[in-house]
Ligand binder design. Structure first.
Ligand code: CP
Ligand code: NVA
Length: 315
């Protein structure tokens, strides 16, 4: 499929999960992000969404997502509205359907960060404009797309690389696994017993990997998962909404810290990645996250460029 056919196929679509996008479409979005990043660095105007508005509904906290979407819309010639759930009628019981229908009369796109994934799906069903998943308990596709873009910039390729994810089987690893399966990246995941990724998400990744040859491996041994890693990824032990389990989780995850000793098993030129926010001394040692292999702020920056590509493609 040539690029303009792909571009036509993306207009008006929702961006709820990477599984809804073909490998060629995921690769197209990454290329578009790299192109928009170059334009922005060169000071070239790229007002692809001139006069358009994005609504951003937040039910959870955010630094990167909020700032990057808002600045991204501005750079594309449009504007973004920050809508905290506490300040809109959704927080007082107005239905998702009515919210989606109403907002669609004003906006050209809606981004939502929420708890249950069902909320995003229901919002997309009720909206007549594209809806973007800005994180749910199940997935974080904007971050995963950004992460593969960042790896490509650093390694010059994606196919055949091995990513290792150590820690909680959460929203982040779900999107990374599906992304890996679409892009031909091998992924090896190690979690404590009882904190495995969702079985359905593993199944989806395994199914999609058949087309790209990616290997999907889930285990409980960090050293086994780390063997020969090109990219090492971790995330917090207690995600937003799971704060009450912090102490119990700290105990369960004790042997799952990404630290200098564990990194001995990775390739010598490994990249360290974290979606942020991070807890130094918990899921990752200070030496690793602040060390020379860490590319965490390239990831954070690329949220801007990757989301501009998503918005420009679908809105
Ligand atoms: N990585 C990420 O989504 O960061 P925020 O929670 O700050 O948006
Ligand atoms: N897994 C983390 C990611 C934050 C960007 C959370 O959901 O809190």
């Amino acid at each position: 499929m040539v690029d303009n056919e792909i571009a036509l196929g993306l207009k008006g679509r929702d961006f709820l999960a990477l599984v809804d996008y073909s490998p060629a479409e995921v690769e197209y979005l990454i290329e578009l992000a790299i192109d928009l990043k170059a334009k922005q660095k060169a000071g070239e105007q790229h007002h692809l969404l001139k006069g358009k508005s994005l609504g951003m509904i937040f039910e959870k906290s955010s630094t990167r997502t909020r700032v990057s979407f808002e600045v991204g819309m501005y750079q594309l010639g449009g504007q973004a509205l920050f809508l905290s759930k506490n300040d809109i009628q959704l927080g007082r019981g107005e239905t998702i359907w009515d919210t989606a229908q109403t907002m669609s009369r004003y906006l050209d796109g809606i981004m939502i960060r929420t708890f249950g994934h069902r909320n995003v799906v229901d919002l997309a069903r009720g909206a007549t404009v594209p809806v973007i998943n800005g994180l749910t308990d199940l997935s974080h596709p904007c971050q995963a797309l950004t992460d593969y873009m960042t790896i490509l910039e650093h390694k010059g390729k994606l196919k055949g690389l091995k990513m290792t994810y150590i820690g909680d089987g959460n929203n982040m690893v779900h999107s990374l696994m599906v992304g890996a399966s679409k892009l031909g990246v091998d992924i090896s995941v190690a979690t404590p017993v009882g904190y495995e990724p969702d079985a359905e998400m593993v199944k989806i990744a395994v199914e999609n990997a058949k087309a790209t040859g990616a290997k999907i491996h889930v285990c409980h041994d960090p050293r086994e998962a780390m063997e020969g890693a090109d990219v090492v990824y971790t995330d917090v032990w207690a995600s937003m909404g799971f704060e009450a389990e912090q102490a119990k989780r700290a105990e369960a995850f004790r042997d799952f810290q990404v630290n200098e000793a564990l990194m001995q098993v990775a390739k010598s030129d490994y990249l360290f990645m974290h979606c942020l926010p991070a807890h130094r001394g918990e899921e990752v040692s200070e030496g690793v996250i602040d060390g020379k292999h860490s590319i965490i702020f390239d990831q954070a920056e690329n949220r801007l460029h990757a989301q501009k590509a998503i918005m420009a493609a679908i809105m």
